[in-house]
Design a protein around this ligand. Structure first.
Ligand code: CP
Length: 333
């Protein structure tokens, strides 16, 4: 299987994901340091990153290729992303020129562009990312868009494999506190991944933070295909009973979406949703704690959990490198 683009784990069947993970495993244990010799990866980060930026560059280097990173406005021209605007502000260059130029210098391009967090329909439709993708005539990787983070989801699937978590295990995606409203990309991607892997998935979130219906419906369709299930609740005790995985994630209020004042008022009520050791009182004894990182210690997850044996967050982060090497190999070999 060769790839033209890696934009969404939902573009793949569970079997195709397993095939990609088998390649990741092979490259992990039998390195091919010249596989992508002479190949160039361009990386455009419209938003900050630690893992994605470093693991993409490291993965390309480990396969013998090279990469360049553009962080618009930080040593390069700021890029305007809006269409039809009069460019008399801070941005000197438009993506309509900038992205095709960058794509012409490399063999594949990765783009990170977070949600604007104002218009739910536009974010669900990936309006901005799709507009950028249309400007790139090379293999393209989604490094996190408005409602998707396929590289993180793939790494999380591998982490579940590594931890030998059974495919029918109870997987709880739990909303956790954060000082700001964060995008829906990781919760949506983690939900879909767990549903596609066949888990009994429970989305545990307080009032006002329900994941949008299209995200839930898509995950339910994946669960039906894989023999899993997807439900949602605000009942923490019921959700966590028997859980074998708690995937902690912060996201912004969705009812309404993009209302900063309402979001702040809602999240002020739910500070006690932080994951602590007591969270696991009714879970399976070896219940794992997953989080994509970065994580706010003692806001989202307590030190005692992050530093304890349940936490697999460092393995998840390392697996970003491992699985992305497989993606790069399939795109560029
Ligand atoms: N999980 C993740 O994507 O991390 P970064 O934002 O640091 O890339």
């Amino acid at each position: 299987m060769s790839l033209a683009r890696f934009l969404d784990l939902a573009d793949f069947s569970a079997e195709e994901v397993r095939d990609l993970l088998a390649l990741a495993e092979r490259l992990q244990h039998h390195p091919e340091p010249q596989a992508l010799a002479g190949r160039i990866l361009g990386l455009v980060f419209l938003n900050p990153s630690l893992r994605t930026l470093a693991s993409m560059q490291a993965g390309m280097a480990r396969l013998g290729g090279t990469s360049f990173v553009i962080t618009p406005g930080q040593g390069t021209w700021a890029l305007e992303t809006r269409l039809g605007v009069r460019m008399d502000g801070g941005a000197a260059e438009h993506i309509r020129e900038g992205l095709p130029v960058l794509a012409s210098y490399c063999d594949a391009l990765g783009i990170r562009a977070f949600a604007e967090g104002k218009d739910l329909a536009a974010d669900l439709a990936e309006t901005n990312f799709r507009a950028m993708a249309a400007l790139v005539d090379k293999p393209l990787i989604n490094l996190e868009s408005a409602v998707n983070h396929p590289c993180q989801a793939l790494a999380d699937w591998k982490t579940l494999d590594d931890e030998r978590v059974p495919e029918r295990a109870k997987f709880v995606l739990s909303w956790v506190p954060h000082p700001r409203a964060l995008p829906l990309a990781v919760p949506a991607a983690a939900l879909h991944m767990a549903a596609l892997r066949g888990h009994e998935v429970v989305v545990l979130r307080p009032e006002g933070f329900a994941l949008p219906a299209p995200i839930m419906e898509r995950a339910r369709a994946a669960a039906r295909a894989s023999g899993g299930s997807v439900s949602e609740t605000d009942d923490r005790a019921a959700a966590l009973a028997g859980a074998q995985v708690v995937y902690a994630k912060e996201w912004g209020a969705t009812d309404p979406y993009g209302d900063a004042a309402r979001d702040a008022e809602l999240r002020a009520r739910f500070g006690d949703w932080q994951v602590r050791e007591s969270t696991f009182a009714r879970s399976a004894p070896d219940c794992r704690l997953m989080h994509c990182l970065p994580v706010r210690r003692n806001v989202a997850v307590a030190d005692e959990v992050l530093d304890g044996p349940r936490s697999v967050v460092l393995r998840e982060a390392h697996n970003r490198l491992v699985v992305q090497m497989a993606v790069l190999y399939r795109l560029l070999k």
